[in-house]
Design a binder for this molecule. Structure first.
Ligand code: FES
Length: 189
């Protein structure tokens, strides 16, 4: 149970660190109310921590622990961290050998990047579940949608009509660099 509380606390810190107005201060998984602008992520951007002590610093790809997601934002080559909820990206290392090979081209080794915005009603999806079918998968705490990072963010349970679009990335000098556009629409339809 102590673990569960730790995970909840970590989730809360991630939400607070995201700097997303309207969704913090209430229950976990509160719908993000900020008006959504389209994602402005571009190839060549570097993924940086969206909050916490490391806010704005590049994610160290080698330090990622399997199934411990990190909430990130893209930073342009000019050093600007791209704002707006649709630029929130969840990065997660899947256990070795578990990535569906069809998604090898969009992953950086075992590291997958997907939109952090649920395709159901726009809550943040930035943590893994620890119970039942959500175990080890990205779980939306608003209405129970579950997404599998091993399958490029595919929706596997709940009301979300689509998976979380993946963002093609690669590793360069230990950093995660964007190599393409999201594989689908970000956020609710
Ligand atoms: Fe994610 Fe409803 S907003 S399941």
């Amino acid at each position: 149970m102590a673990n569960d509380h730790g995970n909840v606390d970590r989730h809360r810190r991630m939400l607070l660190g995201a700097g997303v107005g309207g969704c913090v201060g209430a229950a976990l998984g509160t719908r993000v109310e900020t008006v959504a602008a389209a994602s402005t992520v571009k190839p060549g951007d570097v993924l940086v921590h969206s909050g916490g002590d490391d806010q704005g610093e590049a994610v160290d790809a080698k330090a990622l622990i399997p199934l411990e997601p990190v909430l990130t934002r893209p930073r342009s080559s000019a050093g600007k961290v791209r704002q707006g909820k649709n630029n929130l990206i969840t990065v997660v290392r899947v256990p070795a050998g578990e990535l569906d090979p069809r998604f090898a081209d969009v992953a950086a080794g075992d590291v997958v990047a997907v939109s952090a915005v649920c395709t159901h009603q726009g809550c943040l999806v930035s943590d893994v579940g620890h119970f039942g079918t959500a175990e080890g998968k990205l779980a939306c705490s608003c209405h129970g949608s579950v997404f599998d990072p091993r399958v490029g963010g595919k929706n596997v349970e709940g009301p979300a009509p689509r998976g979380l679009p993946a963002l093609p990335i690669d590793q360069k000098d230990g950093q995660l660099v964007v190599t393409g556009e999201f594989t689908g629409k970000v956020g609710p339809s």
